[in-house]
Design a protein around this ligand. Structure first.
Ligand code: PXP
Length: 238
């Protein structure tokens, strides 16, 4: 299983001071050197953390696969086509949310998403759709022509350790199975931490996990390199 490290919150910290520390580029470099399989960043409409210059510098200066998370807007599509990241994950975006709250509703916006992903796919970008673990959304994702989905693990993560954990976990397992049976490559992420991530290994054939907040949080105390290596150990060898 691969690990993409989401470094948005290094930018959150940087922007809190309005200066250049901590450096997002340095963070991407350390993650890559620690063995991360990819760097993930979410360029939000309001640029509250990652900004345009960050993604272009990561792409040009860091020897690591870049996964650009973005909303399905014309502005973001233009940036992606100029940046040409290895991967693009299409996420829903609400202005006031603290973080991405739910999955992209592909089913209700089938035509829009079909059209939106076309130029990205033509540009050979590995497009992924960030969706809730439901059969309806998985089958709608299949119809768009993308090869990847990322299953939203937020509900599972929140339910971890409670009476709802099993139910939320099963939804991920079933959605992943249906997706793979329909030829999709399945990634997962959101809210995963050093405890609840272990169960991702019970889901057959998961390709990649994208994890951010917990790694950056751990890095505050342990150092980024150690934080990434510990997660890599869990993801790859445990
Ligand atoms: N995957 C996607 C699509 C996301 O939007 C996010 C959050 O930006 C993550 C993964 C990482 O979530 P977390 O920071 O909770 O690990």
């Amino acid at each position: 299983m691969l690990l993409g490290v989401n470094i948005d919150h290094v930018a959150t910290l940087r922007n809190a001071r309005g200066e250049n520390e901590p450096s997002v580029i340095e963070a991407a470099k350390i993650c890559a050197e620690a063995g991360a399989d990819g760097i993930t960043t979410h360029l939000r409409e309001d640029r509250r953390h990652i900004v345009d210059e960050d993604v272009f510098r990561i792409k040009n200066e860091i020897n690591c696969r870049l996964n650009l998370e973005m909303a399905a807007t014309g502005e973001m599509q233009k940036i992606a086509l100029k940046l040409h990241p290895e991967a693009c994950c299409i996420v829903p975006e609400k202005r006031a949310e603290i973080t991405t709250e739910g999955g992209l509703d592909v089913f209700s916006q089938q035509e829009k998403i079909n059209e939106f992903v076309k130029p990205l796919l033509t540009d050979n970008i590995n497009v992924s759709l960030f969706i809730d673990p439901s059969e309806q959304q998985v089958l709608a994702a299949v119809k768009t022509g993308v090869k990847y989905i990322e299953l939203h693990t937020g509900a599972y993560s929140r339910a971890f350790g409670s009476g709802d954990e099993e139910q939320e976990f099963k939804k991920l397992q079933i959605a992943s199975k249906i997706a793979q049976e329909n030829g999709l490559i399945v990634n997962a992420g959101h809210g995963l931490n050093y405890k609840n991530v272990f169960r991702m290994k019970e889901i057959n054939g998961l390709n990649e996990l994208n994890i951010g907040h917990t790694i950056i949080s751990r890095a505050v105390f342990k150092g980024l390199e150690t934080a990434v290596k510990e997660m890599l150990y869990i993801v790859k060898f445990s």
